[in-house]
Design a protein around this ligand. Structure first.
Ligand code: ZN
Length: 181
């Protein structure tokens, strides 16, 4: 397993819609193992493939390190679709490994239903709520080229501008490997 450098704000791949996976082969399985190593090294609870510079519709989520979520098993979602979203929303502070040190309040649906392929190519459907739903929606956003600044109001967006520029310029202290500028 390898720890891969994480792409950061300004890297074009983070703005692209990721390509669906056609076949789940050894290369994909190896990539997923590296994604888990990379996410854990960075103390993250979710990671999308384009965050390790791979243009594919894959993300992983593991909220079990968070108090109260220990029972939720790590999950790999391939070619995911959000098929239901609740009208009720929740505002919670969010971070992102591709936006080091940045935090912002983001409003998202409280619960969702998601359909995806697992690593055995079986179609799965699960319901998720609370933090688990939030992380899935955040990672799904990565696969459609969206980041936290796209999910906040104009006022917060303006307030984040300078910080985003610093991230783009790598003028931030990060304790995990990131891509070169
Ligand atoms: Zn993120």
């Amino acid at each position: 397993m390898a720890i891969l450098p994480i792409t950061v704000y300004g890297d074009p791949i983070l703005r692209k819609k990721a390509v669906p996976v056609k076949q789940i082969d050894d290369e994909i399985i190896g990539l997923i193992q590296n994604m888990f190593a990379t996410m854990r090294n960075a103390n993250g609870i979710g990671l999308a493939a384009n965050q390790v510079d791979i243009d594919k519709q894959i993300f992983i989520v593991d909220v079990s390190p968070v108090e109260g979520y220990e029972k939720i098993k790590p999950v790999v979602m391939i070619n995911p679709e959000i098929i239901l979203q609740s009208d009720e929303t929740v505002i919670m502070e969010e971070g992102c490994l591709s936006l080091p040190n940045l935090r912002a309040d983001v409003e998202r649906p409280e619960s969702i239903k998601v359909r995806y392929l697992d690593t055995d190519e079986n179609v799965q459907e699960i319901e998720a709520d609370d933090l688990f739903a939030r992380v899935i929606l955040h990672e799904y956003d990565h696969l459609i080229g969206k980041l936290i600044p796209d999910r906040v109001n104009e006022e917060i967006k303006q307030a984040l501008k300078e910080e985003l520029q610093q991230i783009k310029n790598r003028e931030v202290k990060v304790d995990y490997p990131i891509t070169a500028k």
